[in-house]
Design a protein around this ligand. Structure first.
Ligand code: ZN
Length: 132
């Protein structure tokens, strides 16, 4: 289960809409599976079907997280035309077994859907998203 504050969910959705028609991506930072902060990242792929976080920017944020009391609780990205379910490419690039992979679908633009998954050794397990 991942807990995400309501204002952060709104931020993620706004970011996804801003990057449309390309995918948006970012990092959720917090503690004990609770996201308390969002880092919007640049998608260097600039693609409607994949994302790659800007490596230097990612490194910098990972360093910042290590030096804080917080941890990376998840990575989010948007799907512009498909369901909020990990693609095979997403699974290949899921390097963090402890992280939640949050996906926002803009397939129905008026009703964005948000789902979250753990991806471990290529295996996808959906988890509950608690918006508080
Ligand atoms: Zn994806």
């Amino acid at each position: 289960m991942i807990f995400i504050k309501k204002n952060l969910v709104e931020k993620i959705i706004a970011h996804s809409r801003k990057e449309f028609p390309n995918e948006a991506c970012g990092i959720l930072v917090g503690k004990d599976g609770k996201a308390e902060k969002v880092y919007e990242m640049a998608n260097v792929d600039k693609s409607p079907s994949s994302y790659l976080m800007e490596p230097k920017e990612q490194l910098k944020i990972m360093k910042e997280i290590r030096n804080s009391e917080l941890e990376m609780v998840g990575i989010y990205h948007s799907h512009v035309a498909s369901e909020a379910y990990p693609s095979s490419h997403d699974v290949e690039l899921a390097f963090y077994p402890e992280a939640s992979y949050v996906i926002i679908s803009l397939k129905d633009k008026r009703n964005p859907r948000i789902r979250s998954f753990k991806i471990v050794d290529g295996r996808i397990t959906e988890e509950e998203v608690k918006i508080e």
